[in-house]
Design a protein. Structure first.
Length: 755
């Protein structure tokens, strides 16, 4: 992640800001001492001071912050602050809205403005600007709101689906189709065979009406060639058999191509998914990703089949059109009468329906996302008796999806019969004009019957091709979404010239590290420390102090915003990710077990490990005894997440997994915080074995687990409040001492309180 860069205001920016502000607001701003020439920020909110919907303006010049509302056609001042008195600024997310808070001269935070969630990004920039203003003074760059947020990279419209980069209106379908064609390179050979089969099918379809004309004109009407009857009927039968064979072969080939292509795209997407950084998963809901990888590729497969049919229709229409005009040019002109009406109607229909298609796609992934969240948190739902509430949420989202789909389907249900009527009317015109031509002996009856047969073959595909705009839009949109996913660059990048840790000592150095998941709100600020090889370091602090963030940076789940982290003197950004993580073992507070046997879960760190190595690791983790008491021992199958095992048992399997990896650096993220005292003792014994000879960082709320730590790092608001041995920090009576005193009210802390 790169350091934050905000665009400095250009000379014309104040004029641009002024043009967007109501004159009444500007008048009040100047009356209260504001300077328009030095205006830095002008941002309107959509909520009033009491939290109801309304309109307020936040205006910031070089010296003042003013909040002004519009009432009865006049501006009214709500808040007026000196800019230099603001010491801190934060946004506080609430349910359905947020608050912008500022702190002045150690006073209680003041709520400056309310805003809806859609404006969170803009007000986050304001809060960041106010903090920068405190540090840099007038040199702090004002934010450029137009450059921020989820907007289409092409036209600038706000995106309904924030996972997209380009809105559906701006998709360059030609480029998407060309790229999709290149992606299908392995199937070009099969595609050529498919094209030949389609052409063969078209040629076969063109023959029966011609034979029908011969049958009527030369056999049934004039009876000149009566001996041809059996041959012509036999020929028609043979053509039908040949057409069925071609259709079956083509259908099997099309399904094979589309199925393999969709499976290949799905595999490619999953392969790319595992390369993406943790930040990508933080900002994308699981349901949305499931929709992208599974449902979109499944729909892509169906659309490939549909597009193949459209290609066949196009070839058929062209071929039959040529035959119709060559057979009876005068009637051929009548064939084209319905075409302009159908084309205009199709264009108007799809222009009107495209927004409904997009709403349906968005409602679908929202429904999937809600279902995934429900299934992940089912235990919490049942524990708090919120089954009915979740059912109501699902019903509401399902109804939204239903209504979106109904709008599309019902509109098509009204549109398609009109198209069919237009083509049916075209057929009646041919009957009338052709009938008159037969009566006037300008064409034969056989020619008219053959013409009508060709007409049915012409109008049928043409009617189906009325759907091509709809299919093309869906096809292009899904393809664009797929390519945007495949083009997503991981924030954590590996360098081409990577260094390796051989051998690994385990020294860890934090050098002026600053990091925030949202770069405008750092979680860690200017953190510096050095951990010697083999040292056991405890990390403590209140919730939100940055403890887990600190170890996430060591594992390089994220890159620092500023500063560097080094292992054995090598910046982690210069290391291979595989090499880095092969030397770091993690035991989490909530261990995750995969659906499979216990042996497979222990061996997840080293799939090639032998059964003897797995058992040895389980014994070291104090897990062997309870495993052997299970019905199938190490071959006992556990459900996803470790269903059927207690929390302590799952944790000991997680420790066995870390022991099997045999890392030089070990991270314990509150490994005993969610178990009872007896289980904690068993886990602690396993941890005592695990930490031997390793550099260990242990995050703990239960400070009893840190009685043998070499040093303690106490974090507070993202900074190191104090650092030293447990005994020294107790004597210092700072943050660590206060945390110990709070816990000692509930239980005596062995080895620490006694100090």
């Amino acid at each position: 992640m790169n350091p934050i860069e905000l665009k400095a205001p250009s000379p014309e920016d104040p004029q641009r800001l002024i043009s967007s502000i109501p004159p009444q607001i500007l008048d009040e701003f100047e009356r209260q001492g504001g300077c328009i020439e030095h205006l830095q920020i002008a941002l309107a909110t959509d909520m009033a001071a009491d939290g109801s919907f309304g309109e307020q303006w936040l205006l910031i010049d070089s010296g003042l912050i003013q909040v002004i509302t519009l009432e009865r056609g006049r501006g009214r001042l709500i808040t007026r602050l000196a800019l230099d008195e603001v010491e801190d600024a934060q946004i506080e997310p609430c349910v359905g809205n947020g608050l912008l808070k500022v702190t002045q001269n150690d006073r209680q935070p003041l709520v400056l403005m309310h805003f809806t969630n859609e404006q969170t990004e803009h007000f986050a920039l304001v809060a960041h600007y106010l903090r920068q203003r405190r540090e840099l003074g007038a040199e702090a760059p004002a934010p450029d709101f137009e450059a921020e947020g989820q907007h289409c990279l092409s036209c600038g419209r706000r995106l309904l689906d924030p996972s997209l980069k380009v809105c559906p209106n701006c998709i360059k379908r030609g480029q998407v189709m060309r790229r999709l064609f290149l992606l299908a390179r392995p199937y070009w050979g099969l595609g050529a065979v498919h094209l030949l089969l389609m052409l063969a099918g078209v040629l076969v379809d063109l023959v029966p009406p011609y034979l029908t004309r011969v049958l009527i004109d030369d056999v049934l009407t004039t009876q000149v060639h009566t001996n041809w009857l059996a041959w012509i009927v036999g020929g028609l039968l043979g053509l039908q058999i040949l057409r069925v064979s071609i259709t079956i072969s083509d259908a099997l080939l099309t399904n094979r191509i589309s199925s393999r292509f969709a499976a290949g795209v799905r595999e490619k997407m999953f392969g790319h998914l595992k390369k993406l950084s943790q930040e990508f998963f933080d900002r994308n809901e699981t349901g949305r990703l499931l929709t992208r990888i599974n449902q979109d590729t499944e729909e892509l497969q169906g659309l490939i089949n549909q597009m193949a049919s459209f290609l066949l229709y196009a070839v058929l229409v062209i071929g039959i059109g040529i035959v119709l005009f060559s057979m009876a040019p005068s009637l051929g002109l009548f064939v084209l009468i319905p075409a302009p009406f159908v084309m205009v109607a199709t264009l108007l229909y799809h222009r009107r329906m495209n927004p409904h298609f997009r709403r349906y796609w968005i409602s679908r992934w929202r429904l999937n996302s809600m279902l995934n969240t429900f299934l992940s948190g089912i235990q919490v739902v049942k524990a708090f008796g919120q089954d009915d509430q979740e059912e109501t949420r699902y019903r509401d989202l399902n109804n939204q999806s239903l209504m979106s789909r109904l709008r599309v389907d019902q509109a098509w249900g009204r549109f398609f019969p009109l198209i069919s009527f237009a083509f049916g009317a075209g057929g009646l015109i041919i009957w009338y004009a052709g009938g008159r031509a037969v009566l006037q002996d300008r064409i034969s009856l056989g020619t008219l019957m053959a013409f009508l047969s060709y007409l049915g073959m012409f109008y049928g595909p043409l009617s189906n091709m009325a759907q091509i705009s709809q299919a093309l839009n869906r096809f292009a949109t899904i393809s664009q979404r797929t390519f945007e996913f495949l083009d997503e660059e991981p924030r954590v990048q590996e360098k081409e010239a990577r260094k390796q840790l051989v051998p690994v000592d385990g020294r860890i150095t934090f050098d002026d590290v600053t990091f925030g998941y949202n770069p405008y709100f750092p979680v860690l600020k200017d953190v510096n420390f050095d951990i010697a090889p083999g040292e056991l370091i405890g990390v403590v602090g209140p919730s939100g102090a940055g403890k887990t963030t600190l170890v996430n940076l060591i594992c390089r789940f994220y890159d620092t915003t500023k500063g560097s982290i080094r292992i054995d003197g090598v910046d982690v950004r210069d290391l291979s990710l595989d090499d880095l993580r092969r030397n770091i073992g993690i035991v989490l507070q909530q261990p995750f077990l995969f659906s499979g046997t216990i042996a497979e879960n222990i061996a997840y760190a080293r799939p090639e490990a032998s059964r003897e190595e797995i058992i040895r690791a389980a014994k070291a983790a104090n897990a062997h005894d309870f495993i052997t008491n299970l019905p199938e021992g190490y071959d006992t199958i556990v459900g996803e997440g470790g269903t059927g095992l207690s929390g302590g048992e799952r944790q000991r399997i997680s420790i066995a997994r870390a022991i099997l990896l045999n890392p030089k650096i070990l991270i314990l993220d509150e490994a005993t915080s969610s178990v009872d005292t007896e289980t904690e003792r068993q886990i602690q014994k396993a941890l005592d074995t695990l930490v031997q000879g390793r550099t260990t960082i242990a995050i703990a709320h239960r400070l009893s687990t840190l009685y043998n730590a070499d040093r303690i790092i106490a974090l507070d608001h993202g900074r190191i409040a104090e650092m030293g041995s447990p005994q020294d920090l107790m004597e210092h009576k700072g943050l660590f001492y206060n945390l110990v005193q709070i816990q000692s009210q509930f239980a005596r802390l062995d080895g620490v309180v006694a100090v």
